[in-house]
Design a protein around this ligand. Structure first.
Ligand SMILES: *Cc1c(COP(=O)(O)O)cnc(C)c1O
Length: 378
C-alpha cells in the first residue's frame, strides 16, 4: 500500500537538509494527534519502544507486577521483563480474546497480583478492550493503565478514538500494520508523561538534536537520565504522513473484506466468525476465524495446510505467551493455566486481511475455506 505519494514525500526528505528526527517527524506527530484528538503524540522507532517508555515513565521497575494478557505478541510482555518487573497474566474473554476484567480482579486478589502496579491492555486484532471495566479496577487498586494499540489504529471505544485519553497508548507502524512507516511507532496520552518519554526517547538529553542544530539552537545540552535511542527519522515520518491521508480508504476496504468473509462463513457450523461488540469501532487489523473442532475431522494445523494447497496463506495470532520457553520456564506455566487463551489458540487462524485484496482474492479465500469446511465435516 505504498504509493507515489509516499515515494515522493520520502524523496523530498532525502533531497532536503534533514533526514533524521526533524520537521517531518514533528508534522507527523501533530497530524496523528489531531486525527485521534489526542493531547499529544511522540513518534518512535517502534511500538515496542513506546511500551517500554510507557512502563518507565509510569515508574514501573524491579519488584513490580504488570497485569497483561497471554493472547498477544511477545513484545507486550518482553518490555515488562526489560524494566525488571514481573508479567502477571490474566486470561482473556472467549468472544473478543481481549483481557478479561473479571480475570484481572481474580489475579489482583491472588498473591501474584499483590505487587501489581499497572495493567497493560492489548486491543487484540483491533477490537478495543473493555476499558470501562479495566479503568474501574485500575482506579480501585491504584494501577496505571497502558494500552498496546499495535492493532488498534484506528479504533473507537464508546465513541472515543483509542489513544485519545490520558493513558499512554502505543501504536505500531510495522510493515504489516494498518498504517506503516516501514518500522515505527507512536505514543499518545497525557502531555506531562509524554514530555518525560520524549526526553527518554533520545538519550535522556534535555533538548533534541533538531533543536540543537537549528538557527536558534545552541550546542549545549544536558543528560537528565540514561535514556534510549528510540526516535523516529524524517524518512519514516514522510511515509507516515502520506499513509495517514489514506487510512480511511484503507479501512473501508478492510471492512468490505470482513463483511464478505462474515457473509460466506456465518452459516457453517464448523466455522466461527470474529466477534465485534456493540459500542466499538473495530480496526480490523486481523480476521481471526475459529474452527469448531467437534464438527471438523481435521485439526487447525491441517486446515492451514489445506488452505496452503489452495494457494491461500494464513497464520496464527498468537502462540500464547505462557507457551513460549522463556516464560514457561521462568514462571512455571502450564498450558491450562489460561484455559481460554489455550483452547482458543488451538482452533484459531488468521485469514488474509489487507486493503490490497481484490474481489478475486477475497473470492479465492472464501471458496477455499468453505470447500475445506465442507470436505472435512465430521
Ligand atoms: C506488532 C506488535 C507489537 C510490536 O510492534 P513494533 O512496532 O514491531 O515494535 C506489539 N504488540 C502487538 C500486539 C503487536 O502485534
Amino acid at each position: 500500500m505504498i504509493g507515489d505519494e509516499e515515494r515522493e514525500e520520502v524523496l523530498d526528505t532525502l533531497r532536503s537538509d534533514w533526514i533524521t528526527t526533524g520537521p517531518k517527524t514533528k508534522a507527523f506527530e501533530q497530524k496523528f494527534a489531531a486525527f485521534l484528538r489526542a493531547e499529544g503524540a511522540l513518534a518512535l522507532n517502534s511500538c515496542t519502544a513506546g511500551l517500554h517508555l510507557a512502563l518507565v515513565v509510569n515508574g514501573i521497575g524491579p519488584g513490580d507486577g504488570v497485569i497483561t494478557t497471554p493472547m498477544t505478541f511477545c513484545a507486550s510482555v518482553n518490555v515488562i521483563e526489560h524494566v525488571g518487573a514481573r508479567p502477571v497474566l490474566a486470561d482473556v474473554e472467549s468472544d473478543t480474546l481481549n483481557i478479561d476484567p473479571e480475570k484481572i480482579l481474580k489475579v489482583l486478589k491472588s498473591p501474584k497480583g499483590r505487587k501489581a502496579k499497572a495493567i497493560l491492555a492489548v486491543h487484540y486484532a483491533g477490537h478495543p478492550c473493555e476499558m470501562a471495566g479495566i479503568e474501574k479496577i485500575a482506579q480501585k487498586y491504584g494501577l496505571a493503565v497502558i494500552e498496546d494499540a499495535a492493532h488498534a489504529f484506528p479504533a473507537k471505544y464508546k465513541g472515543c478514538p483509542v489513544g485519545s485519553g490520558k493513558n499512554l497508548v502505543a501504536f505500531s507502524f510495522y510493515a504489516t500494520k494498518n498504517l506503516t512507516t516501514g518500522e515505527g511507532g507512536m505514543l499518545t496520552g497525557d502531555r506531562k508523561l509524554l514530555e518525560k518519554a520524549r526526553i527518554l526517547s533520545l538519550h535522556g538529553m534535555s533538548r533534541d538534536a533538531w533543536k540543537r542544530y537549528d538557527k536558534k539552537g545552541s550546542w549545549k545540552y544536558q543528560v537528565l537520565y540514561p535514556g534510549f535511542k528510540y526516535n523516529m527519522s524524517d524518512i519514516q515520518a514522510a511515509i507516515g504522513i502520506r499513509q495517514l491521508e489514506k487510512i480511511h480508504r484503507f479501512q473501508k476496504r478492510r471492512y468490505r473484506v470482513v463483511e464478505a468473509y462474515n457473509q460466506s462463513f456465518d452459516n457453517f457450523d464448523a466455522l466461527e466468525i470474529p466477534a465485534a461488540r456493540e459500542g466499538v469501532e473495530h480496526a480490523w487489523h486481523l480476521y481471526v476465524l475459529r474452527l469448531n473442532p467437534g464438527v471438523l475431522k481435521i485439526s487447525r494445523d491441517q486446515f492451514i495446510e489445506e488452505l496452503k494447497k489452495s494457494g491461500v496463506a494464513s497464520s496464527v495470532h498468537f502462540i500464547p505467551v505462557h507457551l513460549h520457553p522463556f516464560y514457561r520456564k521462568k514462571y512455571g506455566y502450564k498450558p491450562h493455566d489460561f484455559p481460554v487463551a489455550f483452547n482458543e489458540y488451538q482452533r484459531m487462524l488468521s485469514l488474509p486481511l489487507n486493503p490490497r485484496l481484490s474481489d478475486r482474492d477475497v473470492h479465492q479465500v472464501t471458496r477455499a475455506v468453505c470447500k475445506i469446511a465442507k470436505r472435512f465435516h465430521a
